[in-house]
Design a protein. Structure first.
Ligand code: ATP
Length: 453
């Protein structure tokens, strides 16, 4: 299965989905850039998420808060003291590793939510069984320490010891939603229950950077926080779980490759927490967290900001701190899940069976022969006509078979070929990526047929 992962990583590089950041300087660990096809795919993922979350829902509005927030935000949220992963260092090669991941590899379930003492104890007991994944040395590790994941900066601090009072790059986007709760309420007609959705960058000093774009230090999150009354929290939570599960199914993810993972160790304030996991080539792993968070977030921000964040519910005249349920996912992780799920090999043909809504290019246009100016001119005409409505690729290199294969590999659902018959009767062939069947259709009907498909 790791072999499949290698194939996907190589496809991503070869065809311009994902590049290692700063590659000419030897790369920068756990940071990746999106190439021409990757940015289209990521934009499509974000677009369909936004459409289902904001555009089609009257009870959810959007927000775009900044990466930097008042440093108190992260004290209130608990991140300054509690946002950490357990770190152990190999004494032989000095590689820093996640202790919970090392334990998991020898079949012992540990959790980043356990206390430092708890996890250090379990690690100590089992350390002889554990091998360093880098140098293969067995059992030679330092004691486990918790390592804070917040990335610090000197923004707005012009002193040399800025580390004492740093500002943080946000570790999650949702804090910006909590801070704007009152603003959204007073500037819109939203009434509880309602949600605020946001897409944006987040940063975490991840200890181990593993599995390509699955875990990166800079990544993009898509988060929706839904504010509700204490009584309706769990009912809304169940609705949200169903809604988010269906989103993946509608976008063509194989159902057997998805599963729910219920958190056993809940943080003290949480009512319930489930993750949606995808069956990556390296095993089932989280792609989205759906959590019922109680009134913790707004209570904390109320306390630290000394602002009243309570809500008067006109349905019942009750006054309460709103409870929050959230759906939180990462664009890169979801993109990797879609790529893994869509990747297939049929003989010598590699096909990315992405739904058209996600595919980087919706359509490719080819002149049958590149050295016949009349075919090229006609094909350009078709390309120009389509490009305002669809992301289109143009290809006139090599033979048609190779061009089809090249588009299959990047998931383009439809290829249109302009041939000699086109010049006679204004028809083109349209070839379907998944069936490889070709149909002849009139140029005048192309747009409406593509829209339907
Ligand atoms: P993990 O246990 O894998 O570190 P998490 O439980 O810390 O993840 P959350 O804080 O719940 O993750 O973040 C919500 C979502 O954001 C995750 O489901 C994932 O899709 C995405 N995400 C979190 N951390 C990263 C990361 N380092 N790189 C890419 N995506 C991430």
């Amino acid at each position: 299965m790791q072999d499949k992962m290698q194939k996907i990583i190589s496809l991503c590089k070869r065809r311009g989905f994902v590049f290692v950041s700063s590659e000419i300087y030897g790369g920068f660990s756990a940071i990746y850039d999106l190439g021409p096809l990757g940015v289209e795919l990521a934009n499509n993922i974000k677009r369909v998420w936004w459409k289902s979350m904001v555009q089609e829902r009257e009870d959810i509005v959007g927000l775009d808060s900044c990466i930097f927030m008042h440093p108190k935000t992260w004290e209130a949220s608990g991140h300054v003291t509690g946002f950490s992963d357990p770190l152990a260092e190999c004494k032989e090669c000095h590689t820093r590793l996640r202790a919970d991941h090392l334990l998991e590899e020898v079949g012992i379930r540990a959790d980043e939510k356990m206390s430092e003492e708890e996890i250090a104890e379990i690690f100590k007991k089992n350390k002889e069984k554990i091998k360093c994944p880098n140098c293969q040395e067995k059992g030679n590790f330092t004691d486990v320490k918790k390592f804070n994941l917040l990335v610090k900066s000197n923004l707005g601090n012009f002193t040399d010891d800025w580390q004492k009072e740093p500002s943080y790059l946000r570790g999650e986007t949702c804090q910006g939603i909590y801070l704007n709760f009152k603003n959204v309420l007073s500037s819109s007609r939203m009434k509880i229950p309602f949600g605020v959705a946001q897409i944006g960058k987040a940063f975490r000093n991840e200890i181990t950077a593993r599995q390509f774009i699955f875990r990166t230090r800079e990544f993009e999150q898509m988060e929706m926080q839904y504010f509700c009354s204490p009584q309706e929290e769990m009912q809304e939570y169940e609705k949200l779980r169903k809604f988010r599960w269906q989103w993946y199914i509608d976008l063509g993810i194989t159902q057997e490759n998805l599963k729910w993972h219920q958190h056993e160790n809940l943080v003290f304030y949480a009512k319930e927490a489930y993750d949606i996991e995808y069956n990556f080539p390296f095993g089932f792993s989280e792609i989205e967290g759906i959590h019922a968070r109680g009134d913790y977030d707004l209570t904390q921000h109320s306390k630290f900001s000394k602002q009243d964040l309570s809500y008067v519910d006109h349905r019942t005249n009750e006054i309460y701190i709103p409870h929050i349920i959230e759906a939180s996912s990462g664009v890169g992780r979801i993109m990797l899940a879609f790529l893994c799920d869509a990747y297939s090999e049929e003989g010598d043909r590699i096909v990315l069976k992405l739904k058209p809504a996600l595919a980087s290019y919706k359509v490719a246009v080819f002149p049958l022969l590149a050295n016949k100016p009349e075919l090229v001119a006609k094909a350009r005409e078709v390309f120009e006509m389509l490009k305002t409505d669809f992301t289109c690729a143009w290809d006139d290199r090599g033979n048609i078979g190779k061009r089809y294969y090249s588009q299959d590999e990047i998931g383009t659902p439809f290829c249109i070929t302009v041939d000699f018959q086109t010049l006679q009767d204004q028809t083109v062939t349209i070839r379907d990526r998944d069936t490889t069947q070709q149909e002849r259709i009139k140029i005048s009907e192309l747009k409406s047929i593509l829209e339907k498909k």
